[in-house]
Design a protein. Structure first.
Length: 352
């Protein structure tokens, strides 16, 4: 009498994973790595399968067969860590995570361990960012940081010194100046100095940086030289009494030149006065770096400045000269007389 041998049916199981290379454990027994075709499993039973790969969470599932119908399993493994992308404004900040250098922003850090980590961003001229972050397995997140610039310093000087400075239209004082605590960026700086053309420029300061700017001013001054006829005339420019002209020793009609330096470019008012002469007003135009010359001839007028009481009467006249023996006066324009002091009782100045 013969015996009938019954063979157990085996299932067909194709196991894949993303990424590949995961260790396959079936019913507690290692069965190679993905991808793998498993052909020895008893199709009559359910089988417990786990996929294990370093850096990824273990995946477990149950496989059941329906006869010899093949079973395909394709699992996308989940990282046992997170992924973070780090951006900063401005870009280029160095990034460290838990003390490990990951380059400069923008940067993606893979396999960030789950749990608490410390991230640090560092960029010259900006305050460091140090922050604790929490990452869960499978996270894929983006961190955006706006970096805070450190204050910068701007030093301002002028040639010649003493210019007044304005930054973005606001007065900052007389140079030389040092302006601390400025945010990084562009500034409009203007320098002004009397007698010089104002100068304006755009200055860019790096965050946390120091910058020095020197303004070389362009002189807009000219000179004015004045001669008068006669000499001894008073010179008044724009309301300022500057002195009197000096007559030449050789008796020339016009005086020596009266020099007025550092006169601003433009039109000015020049007044020339001398007792006994009509006041003269002119308006010289001064050009930068040039010398303007004016010859001023005054017109004689009769203006009494004294009252002379004599034995024969009283005269209102202009006093030219007084000595111990006589007095010389002008009693009308061009009419000059000498009076002996013996005839003079009193000489009284007239209010002018």
């Amino acid at each position: 009498m013969g015996f009938l041998t019954i063979l157990a049916a085996t299932g067909l199981l194709l196991i894949k994973s993303e990424p590949a290379g995961a260790n396959i454990v079936i019913d507690g027994v290692a069965n190679g790595e993905t991808p793998r075709l498993v052909t020895h499993l008893d199709a009559a039973y359910a089988h417990k399968v786990s996929l294990r790969k370093a850096g990824y969470q273990t995946t477990e599932f149950t496989v059941r067969f329906d006869g010899r119908t093949p079973v395909l399993v394709n699992h996308k493994l989940v990282l046992d860590a997170g992924v973070i992308t780090v951006n900063s404004e401005p870009a280029g900040a160095s990034v460290t995570l838990n003390g490990q250098d990951w380059g400069v922003t923008p940067v993606t850090i893979p396999r960030v361990p789950k749990g608490r980590s410390t991230i640090k961003l560092k960029l010259k001229g900006f305050r460091d960012v140090v922050e604790g972050i929490s990452v869960s397995a499978g996270d894929d997140s983006t961190l955006n940081y706006v970096l805070e610039g450190l204050p910068g310093t701007l030093a301002l000087t002028s040639v010649p010194s003493g210019a007044r400075f304005y930054v973005n239209g606001e007065p900052k004082g007389q140079g030389p100046l040092v302006l601390p605590g400025l945010e990084g960026g562009k500034y409009t700086v203007r320098a002004e100095l009397a007698g010089y053309a104002p100068e304006e420029r755009e200055v860019e300061i790096d965050a946390g940086g120091s910058k020095a700017e020197e303004f070389v001013m362009s002189n807009t001054m000219g000179r004015l030289e004045v001669r008068t006829s006669p000499g001894g005339a008073q010179i008044i420019l724009d309301g300022r009494n500057l002195g009197t002209t000096a007559a030449k020793d050789d008796g020339s009609e016009f005086s020596n030149y009266f020099h007025i330096p550092n006169v601003m470019e433009g039109e000015h008012t020049l007044v020339v006065r001398k007792d006994g002469y009509k006041e003269k007003v002119v308006h010289p135009k001064i050009k930068s770096g040039k010398t303007a010359q004016r010859n001023i001839r005054l017109e004689r007028v009769f203006i009494p400045n004294v009252e002379v009481v004599t034995t024969t009467g009283t005269l209102r006249c202009y006093l030219h000269e007084k000595t111990d023996t006589y007095v010389t006066v002008e009693v009308s324009l061009g009419n000059v007389r000498s009076i002996p002091m013996s005839d003079v009782k009193q000489i009284k100045p007239l209010d002018r």
